[in-house]
Design a protein around this ligand. Structure first.
Ligand SMILES: [Zn+2]
Length: 395
């Protein structure tokens, strides 16, 4: 009898309690405008941490307005009316802001007005954290509220003049991507590296980008109740790509790739570029990949969107194979637009003929604009590019 009670208490009761608490959560889930609440927000911290600078020798700071300098426990250490452009650096355990030194491992710069904090000539809305690193280096992290961050990214990812519904769909994709990163990184020192997204602080925040973010406030996409990494890119070139082939991530129906008939009006839909072999070799060498005298380059193992998942480089001394997206980023995403290419040896250069711009996964931005122009709304656009996904509201 005692044993039965023990088993009940140890194994079976917690199971029932979990089921009960899950069903309680479900019972309080609200549905507004046909969108259900996303229930697990309470596990997530309220602000987002963006890595702006990683282990640099110095940076510049400027605050156009009243500001405070806080310690890591948010205790006020210093304050002022305005901080002209000043260098921040680290030496022998001190953080220096100009000539003033602070014996702190971390400083937080907070603008008490609405004009943000300038870091290397870019103004950021959030609180700026200066963190000491080894070898007299420092890192800079911005702590910002998610909706402000989405507005800043939106204004840099998509032209302000585009259709409202294209901008709204992009806002939801950004918010979903960011929220997924926040969940995945949890308590790590930062959630997003600035270079992951086009983000230039407050430059991207316009009245329109803020309005588009507000129109879709707190809305994210989920698949089977879970937020996913909602990738997006400029132009797919006719068909979006399977996330598994591009990034090696698990297959997911919303990121499996769809036919796109909406992006053929852009110059990136199909393109030809000549890239000097010497330039390709130098860029690969910078990443410790040594290739001598390229004979041919081939994108292989294409996915449904015809983007190669690997690249095969034949050279005099043999053959080099690498992830195609990595090759594209190393050669330069602004010259080798996508991995959906064929290549021809052109003497001292390689002639690439390809389709689309970007990695090809998730939302096709030019496609979203094409759909919006044809009268589709932002929900239709998201349903089209992320099939089987559903909208949820963060609460
Ligand atoms: Zn497209």
């Amino acid at each position: 009898m005692g044993k039965t009670l023990y088993i009940l208490a140890t194994f079976i009761m917690p199971f029932f309690m979990t089921v009960t608490s899950l069903s309680c959560k479900r019972d309080v889930t609200r549905v507004r405008d046909g969108v259900r609440d996303y229930v697990s927000r309470e596990d997530i911290s309220p602000s987002l941490r963006i890595l702006l600078l990683d282990r640099v020798k110095k940076a510049s700071l400027a605050v156009d307005g009243r500001y405070q300098i806080l310690g890591s426990l948010s205790n006020v250490i210093d304050q002022g009316m305005r901080l002209g452009k000043t260098t921040v650096s680290v030496k022998e355990g001190y953080i220096y802001i100009g000539n003033k030194r602070y014996y702190n491992s971390e400083l937080r710069i907070k603008n008490l007005e609405d004009s943000g904090v300038g870091v290397d000539n870019i103004r950021y809305r959030g609180e700026i954290r200066i963190l000491q690193q080894i070898d007299d280096k420092l890192s800079v992290i911005e702590e910002i509220e998610i909706e402000n961050f989405v507005a800043g990214v939106l204004g840099c990812e998509m032209p302000n003049a585009w259709e409202d519904n294209a901008l709204r769909s992009q806002a939801v994709a950004i918010r979903t991507y960011v929220e997924n990163q926040r969940k995945a990184k949890g308590n790590k020192s930062y959630h997003i590296d600035r270079s992951e997204l086009a983000y230039k602080g407050m430059i991207g925040e316009t009245a329109k980008s803020r309005k588009m973010v507000q129109d879709t406030a707190d809305i994210v996409m989920a698949y089977k109740g879970e937020i996913f990494s909602a990738f997006f890119h400029s132009t797919c070139g006719g068909h979006t790509e399977d996330v598994n082939l591009v990034f090696g991530k698990d297959r997911l129906p919303p990121l499996a790739g769809v036919k796109c008939g909406y992006c053929n009006n852009t110059k990136y839909f199909s393109w030809n570029v000549n890239i000097a072999k010497s330039s390709i070799m130098q860029k690969l060498k910078n990443a410790n990949i040594r290739v001598s005298n390229i004979i041919s380059v081939k994108a292989i193992n294409p996915g449904p969107g015809n983007h190669g998942s690997e690249v095969e480089i034949i050279e005099t001394n043999g053959m080099e194979r690498m992830n195609a997206n990595r090759f594209r980023l190393l050669v330069g995403p602004n010259s080798l637009y996508s991995t959906a290419f064929t290549a021809k040896n052109n003497g001292s250069s390689i002639k690439f003929s390809g389709k689309g711009w970007g990695h090809g996964v998730g939302l096709c931005q030019y496609g979203a604009q094409g759909m919006a122009k044809k009268g589709y709304n932002w929900r239709d656009i998201l349903e089209y590019y992320y099939p089987k996904s559903e909208l949820r509201r963060l609460n």
